[in-house]
Design a protein around this ligand. Sequence first.
Ligand code: IMP
Ligand code: MG
Length: 181
Amino acid sequence: MSEKYNSEMNIRKILISEKEIQNKLSEAGNFINQIYDGKPVLLVSILKGGFVFLADVVRKVHVPCEIGFMTAQSYFDQTSSSGHVEITMDLQQNISEYHVVLIEDIIDTGRTLSEIMKLLQSRNPLSLHMITLLDKPSRRIVDCKPDLALFQIPDVFVVGYGMDYGEKYRNLPYIAELQAN
Ligand code: IMP
Ligand code: MG
């Protein structure tokens, strides 16, 4: 069985093609370019899901910028919106000196993201914005509004372009819906 066949097993359909993604990336780049006012810009990605999107977006940015990574572990119970987010790897930068833009793969319930935004805001960045590749507004539990969402998608579980199911499928160049088994 070839590698290609392996990684494409269980894909139900392609929701957003590689070309559609590539055509939208400059919107994210333009948004970031406009934030620049001579002070440093920091693009923050929460690993691992956002790494492919960040890598593409950063190449559409034409102002000086730095990148930073965080990892977070969320603990929520199934029914309530309250919970706890533990930062397991933090940024190295003192963000009070930066215009910070969080570059996310997908906003789902909004629970993890809203906690991370609160944490970043508490560190008094020069400004704080959020760009997401995908938005699933119908799933929202906690108020969490991106400044820019490249695509809105229905309530389906997606993989590819950095996003995983059981750590697999991150390598797909498109966004796909998984086969429900
Ligand atoms: P939220 O806090 O519920 O908005 O969770 C957002 C995080 O959950 C994303 O950054 C993803 O890591 C993960 N996630 C949510 N929906 C999906 C999906 O459809 N596919 C893959 N990961 C997802
Ligand atoms: Mg994520």
